[in-house]
Design a protein around this ligand. Structure first.
Ligand code: T4K
Length: 399
């Protein structure tokens, strides 16, 4: 493994890169291959590939049991699951969301001619600030979508209080928060409904996939209808629905992953511990912590680069990418600064000071079962070298 004791060791300064093949953030965790292949054979033998097949039904039952929730509706991905949940809640006009989230949260609204209104986050939690939400409410507001960013629950009670006060619907984008808890209760049980993503890059994946969890019978019924073109029985369309169905192959991957969930989480927890022990004495860097009193999936290793660190966040990314370590700037620059929102709301940034601050200082580092302790040593070795006196001055200016 390449070690980093001097600036001359850096690929940006001419040394060979640490990795010949990229070291990715979001490398999928894969459960027991034999179990998956057995399920694949079952699917092929049955010749039932999609449309609410037995594998999807089993996946939904297993998820509902795991989450302790009445209904789980599995869908083809998290974005379509968000769109269907938004429509089932009859949201219209304006809906308040954070800007500091993956773009899908905002697009799921815009795609349905609903205006996403961006409210600020708290810089200590990275999640919606209920007071900032309150400031963005107008007569057109119909709902709030909280995002449990990095798997850490947002201020559920604070947001619920604002929603109740103003007669708004509250739902959650829980794309990052499968297997996480809030005050001991599994995420999936809060608001009107919560939406998960099981995309390949999530710690628990079904290739592509998503699900909505709810304790509301009528909402679950509506969402099932919407995800299946609005069909109620043969040849009986009763609603202009869409195709949000999960395939049997995806459910097979999900069921297989569920059997390894504890080991995925344990690996992520261990990786997070390795990062913490190698970074906790580096001034100017802070590793995002997870509340040990809660269930966590530890799927994101998030480092904030403070003003006192001698190298800027963007230069750190430049150094990593030269080493073929594809660390990410999630969720820079914030949804408000991407199209179409940047041109629709050119002044949104004025209401988002904490979002701007956080988006400019976050780096997400590789973790998961594809990462070895030696990789963490390499990644943190680079950060420690960049913190050392004299290194920053030797970095070439950005092109
Ligand atoms: N809400 C939130 C808060 C979300 O974070 C997301 C998704 C959603 C909603 C929507 O859920 P889905 O509709 O996706 O189910 C990735 C994922 O595509 C996206 O699912 C995820 N959030 C987001 C945080 O990350 P990108 O644009 O960063 O993807 P990409 O192609 O750059 O891949 C990330 C890294 O993963 C790369 O370094 C390559 C690696 N990778 C990726 C895939 C697909 C692999 O090693 N193997 C793979 O199979 O969005």
């Amino acid at each position: 493994m390449k070690s980093f004791s001097d600036a001359a060791d850096l690929a940006l300064l001419g040394a060979p890169p640490a990795y010949a093949q990229p070291l990715h953030v979001g490398r999928p965790n894969i459960g027991d291959r034999d179990a998956f292949m057995r399920r694949m054979n079952d699917i092929l033998d049955r010749r039932w590939l999609s449309n609410n097949g037995p594998m999807v039904q089993e996946f939904e039952r297993s998820l509902a049991e795991y989450l302790g929730v009445k209904h789980v509706v599995a869908m083809c991905n998290g974005t379509v699951a968000l769109e269907i949940a938004i429509r089932a809640l009859d949201l219209t006009g304006e809906v308040i969301v954070p800007s500091y989230t993956f773009i899908a949260t905002a697009h799921a609204l815009h795609w349905q001619a609903i205006t996403p209104v961006f409210a600020d986050i708290r810089s200590d939690t990275h999640t919606l600030d209920p007071e900032a939400v309150r400031r963005m409410i107008t007569p057109r507001t119909t709902g709030i979508i909280g995002v449990h960013l990095w798997g850490r629950a947002c201020d559920v009670e604070g947001l619920q209080a604002v929603a109740d006060e103003h007669g708004l619907q509250l739902m959650f984008d829980a794309a990052h928060a499968f297997a996480c808890t809030h005050k001991g209760t599994r995420i999936g049980n809060f608001g009107r409904c919560e939406v998960f993503s099981f995309h390949a890059t999530k710690f628990f994946n079904s290739f592509e996939g998503g699900a909505v969890a709810t304790n509301d019978d009528e909402l679950a019924r509506q969402m099932r209808l919407m995800a299946n073109f609005g069909f109620q029985g043969f040849d009986n369309g009763i609603y202009p629905g869409t195709n949000g169905k999960m395939t049997e192959v995806c459910a097979a991957m999900g069921l297989t992953g569920l059997e390894s969930l504890d080991s995925f989480t344990a690996t992520n927890r261990r990786n997070h511990g390795h990062y913490a022990s190698r970074l906790n004495d580096v001034p100017g860097l802070s590793l995002l912590a997870y509340d040990e009193a809660e269930g966590n999936n530890f799927q994101y290793v998030v480092v904030e680069v403070g003003d006192t660190f001698p190298v800027s966040r963007n230069d750190i990314i430049r150094v990593f990418h030269a080493e073929n370590i594809l660390a990410r700037k999630y969720f820079w620059p914030g949804c408000h600064a991407m199209l179409p929102y940047r041109s629709l709301f050119p002044h949104a940034r004025l209401m988002l000071p904490e979002t701007l601050k956080v988006a400019d200082r976050v780096i997400v580092l590789p973790t998961g079962t594809a990462i070895e302790e030696s990789d963490i040593e390499c990644v943190t070795g680079i950060l420690r070298l960049l913190a050392a006196p004299g290194t920053a001055a030797k970095l070439p200016p950005a092109a």
